[in-house]
Design a protein around this ligand. Structure first.
Ligand SMILES: *[C@@H]1O[C@H](CO)[C@@H](O)[C@H](O)[C@H]1NC(C)=O
Ligand SMILES: *[C@@H]1O[C@H](CO)[C@@H](O)[C@H](O)[C@H]1NC(C)=O
Ligand SMILES: *[C@@H]1O[C@H](CO)[C@@H](O)[C@H](O)[C@H]1NC(C)=O
Ligand SMILES: *[C@@H]1O[C@H](CO)[C@@H](O)[C@H](O)[C@H]1NC(C)=O
Ligand SMILES: *[C@@H]1O[C@H](CO)[C@@H](O)[C@H](O)[C@H]1NC(C)=O
Length: 594
């Protein structure tokens, strides 16, 4: 039963999400020179796509690298678009992958537009890895396809962490030395998409050297390779002129912008006015009792050579020096010098004025000469070699990357048509599928409850439901306020009383009021309970008690005189009061006229 309902559910989901069966695109609508690959094969073995047998020696890691990552031709498993729509899928994590297909005919782009387009679906996301495609130089056999295989154009995303770009690389031969090939990279490359739906990447390189990179049909980058020579790095063409390496700076080349004014001399009184801020006091005289012959320090006469002192090992023993006690009695000892005083004639420093150098020749630069290695590669769209194959040569941390609908041709229109009829429709299906099967977010945020102040200052107080809410919230607010005040009071009563005396008194009054009401209601209830239920009970007891006492009274009356009769009534009252008191009720004592 459960399985059955599960199956029903599954079929409903399948119906709701994707019912479109894949229909191959009719290739006969394309020009004969156009290549279009939609991977409509039984499997990889029955396709022209051949995984590489290559291995290479990685010098950086000093080990042999095998291009042994697995490939498959299979349907998409995530956010399915068309049913049974297959693609080429990179299957292994963290391995070198290389796969290629020979074109049915070599692709010649001379004097033509180049349009390369393909889809990528990152079914497991992409943390680090490339998803670019290469247009390979014409070769008989690509079974050794690797990173070393020469190519003409490389295009597509490459992402590692936050480093994300769509590569556009052309390999250009140096016309003077065709075995000297340089990779020209698009400098400010656009970013790729990282979602798990199919993304369409298009490269257009027109024969006028305009280029465009489109992502899902929208232009992500455009320019002209010749008019903006700095787009590619290194530049497509070497500079026309270079600095002459044989040119050297002449020895008399004057690069000083300013020099000291030769017409201005240093003032004659420079020393006394500008040279020294302080001078020796010229008026000082040596005191009479200054003894220059007496040294300021003398060997301590009280010091003794230590017994362990060994003249041979420790050298000659010298007594430590002490301040000469003789000098204390004099103005001073040792060489006398006059003290320093501030120079009274000093007026500050003097700065030699500067003038512009009449011989200034500017900064020296070597002269420019024509670049002997200059060449004018003004038609990079004319690829240097015929393209004979397509290849993916990738390393990726994430597997299940699906490639599909590869177009290589000369027509933007064809690429757009393919995009409109295959990618766009599929993308919408994938999107709908993703929405339908999306997991509900746990703890989805809920709207915050209405706030008292919103209602108070908002516009909705007039409606009845709002008014009810208003009252509820008002009560809640007051309740919370009272609670807060109460706890505050417990913590710091003085503070509450002094800072909010009105509130405190109000709440105290409210409390007393509420207490009184509760007590009042409580006592009324108590009264009702006790007086209602207790009355009949008392009566029964009274009967029991009074009946024998009536007889007793009767018998006693018979024995009493008439005078004594009045007193007897009192006695009866007392005994009755006592007997009814057994019940504990507030019932009035039964008075009986006997
Ligand atoms: C490529 O096409 C150009 C222009 O049509 C032609 O001149 C050239 O010979 C072709 N190259 C090859 C190798 O076929
Ligand atoms: C041509 O370029 C290759 C590769 O850069 C280099 O090894 C070779 O020496 C160059 N030949 C000449 C003649 O400059
Ligand atoms: C520089 O001088 C050397 C030797 O005279 C010469 O061979 C070389 O061609 C010169 N270089 C340039 C760029 O003129
Ligand atoms: C593709 O679709 C776009 C948008 O609907 C349209 O502007 C364009 O003309 C179409 N191109 C082709 C070749 O069908
Ligand atoms: C007022 O009431 C309307 C209708 O119930 C509601 O859409 C709106 O958000 C309310 N405005 C405020 C400020 O609560």
């Amino acid at each position: 039963m459960i399985i059955f309902s599960y199956l029903v559910l599954l079929s409903i989901v399948a119906k709701a999400t994707s019912t479109s069966e894949f229909v191959p695109f009719d290739k006969s609508r394309l020009a004969p020179s156009s290549y279009f690959e939609q991977f409509d094969y039984k499997d990889l073995a029955n396709s022209p796509w051949k995984p590489s047998q290559a291995r290479k020696f990685d010098e950086e890691r000093n080990e042999v690298v095998y291009f042994n990552g697995k490939w498959a031709i299979e349907s998409s498993t995530k956010n399915v678009g068309y049913i049974n729509d297959k693609g080429l899928v990179l299957k292994s994590k963290a391995k070198h992958h290389a796969i290629s297909a020979k074109l049915p005919q070599p692709f010649n782009n001379t004097d033509n537009d180049l349009v390369l387009q393909y889809e990528i679906k990152l079914q497991n996301g992409l943390e680090c890895g490339g998803t670019y495609i290469k247009l390979l130089d014409l070769q008989d056999d690509y079974s050794d396809f690797s990173s070393a295989t020469p190519y003409q154009v490389m295009f597509g995303p490459d992402k590692c962490g936050s480093n994300n770009k769509i590569h556009f690389i052309i390999r250009r031969e140096n016309p003077f030395n065709t075995s000297h090939v340089e990779e020209k990279h698009l400098g400010a490359a656009p970013m790729s998409k990282t979602g798990d739906l199919s993304t369409l990447y298009t490269l257009i390189l027109k024969k006028n050297q305009d280029f465009e990179i489109r992502v899902n049909g929208e232009v992500a980058k455009a320019g002209n390779l010749i008019k903006s020579p700095h787009l590619m790095k290194p530049a497509l063409n070497p500079p026309k002129e270079i600095e002459d390496p044989n040119d050297t700076m002449p020895s008399d080349w004057d690069m000083r912008v300013y020099i000291r004014d030769p017409n201005v001399q240093r003032p004659d009184d420079y020393d006394i006015k500008h040279g020294f801020p302080t001078i020796l006091d010229p008026n000082a005289v040596k005191p009479d009792d200054w003894d220059e012959s007496e040294p300021l320090f003398i060997p301590d006469p009280a010091a003794k050579k230590p017994e362990q002192w060994n003249d041979e090992e420790d050298g000659e023993w010298l007594a430590p020096e002490i301040y000469n006690p003789r000098c204390k009695e004099l103005s001073g000892c040792g060489e006398w010098a006059p003290p320093m005083i501030a120079n009274p004639q000093y007026v500050g420093p003097w700065i030699h004025p500067k003038i512009k150098n009449p011989n200034y020749k500017g900064e020296w630069k070597p002269r420019m000469i024509p670049n002997p290695e200059y060449y004018d590669d003004n038609k990079p769209s004319n690829l240097n070699q015929l393209v004979g194959g397509l290849g993916f040569e990738l390393w990726s941390m994430n597997n299940d990357i699906l490639f599909d609908n590869i177009y290589l041709g000369h027509s933007v229109k064809e690429a757009e048509m393919i995009g409109n009829e295959t990618f766009k429709v599929k993308f919408d299906l994938e999107y709908a599928n993703k929405q339908a099967t999306k997991e509900k977010i746990k703890n989805e945020p809920v709207a915050p409850p209405a706030h008292f102040d919103d209602l108070l200052f908002g516009e909705n107080v007039s409606t009845i439901s709002s008014f009810v809410l208003f009252v509820k919230l008002f009560a809640l607010k007051q309740y919370l306020d009272i609670k807060d005040t109460y706890f505050e009071f417990l913590r710091d009563p003085i503070h509450v009383i002094t800072n909010r005396p009105f509130k405190f008194v109000l709440y105290c009054a409210l409390f007393v009021f509420a207490f009184t009401i509760v007590c009042g209601v409580g006592s009324v209830l108590l009264f009702l309970i006790s007086s209602g239920g207790g009355a009949s009970h008392t009566y029964e007891v009274e009967e029991k008690v009074t009946k024998p006492s009536e007889q007793a009274i009767q018998s006693r009356i018979e024995t009493l005189s008439d005078d004594e009769y009045e007193d007897e009534e009192v006695i009866v009252n007392v005994s009755d009061a006592h007997s009814s008191g057994i019940n504990g009720s507030a019932g009035s004592p039964v008075k009986r006229k006997v």
